[in-house]
Design a protein around this ligand. Sequence first.
Ligand code: C5P
Length: 240
Amino acid sequence: MSDKRLLVALDVDSGARALELVSTVKGIAGGFKIGTRLFTLEGPSLVRELVSRGERVFLDLKFHDIPNTVAQAVESAVHTGAWMINVHASGGIPMMEGAVKAGRSTAQRLGQAPPLLIAVTVLTSMNDEVLRDIGVQRPMLDQVVALARMTQDAGMDGVVASPQETAAIRHACGGSFLIVTPGIRGASAQAKADDQTRTTGPAEAIRAGASYIVVGRPIIAAADPRGAAAAIAEELARAS
Ligand code: C5P
């Protein structure tokens, strides 16, 4: 059983371990997320290696800089063959528009499919108090939905969102906007909550409107990672 909506977070400490995990769950997951830790260790060659194995890579580097720099970073990311790339929505509409333009034109030049470009709205580690500290007065959910709308207006494909925010974003941004949801626990994704404070099960996330779920520790830390991934994929298939 496989499900394209399951993205496995390669939250491991070396390229060798990452490749081992990719082989272990091969054919089950719809893609793999490479974050700043692994990318800083192993660089673009690991992305290229996964792409050459036919895997879809979500490059989770959360670009946030002046529009020209982000556009150039997106151009570089497209050269690695990444399937999905993200930025911070709080970088603003010109930054996101620059990212979209760079993504499309670079992909066209290279004869590739354009990458999916998504944005982080508000980091899930933040709360209303931290938002106020940085000058944001509106409540968390309002801020998340406002940034999701901005992301859509900039021509981006979707957002990363916590399970608690998914339904409101789906309602505000419509059916074809992508929502990528981490923080998956419970049901077939058995693991302790770790540092995730707001969690949801795989099927529940899909029913709330998620397009993709990102799962790390419930697979990586399982006694049988392939079995754990297969159980989550089965649960997703039943949810649709
Ligand atoms: O191990 P776990 O399933 O909690 O991993 C979730 C992954 O999603 C991690 O790579 C984490 O950094 C990432 N993530 C998250 N919450 C966000 C954005 C990304 O947990 N809001």
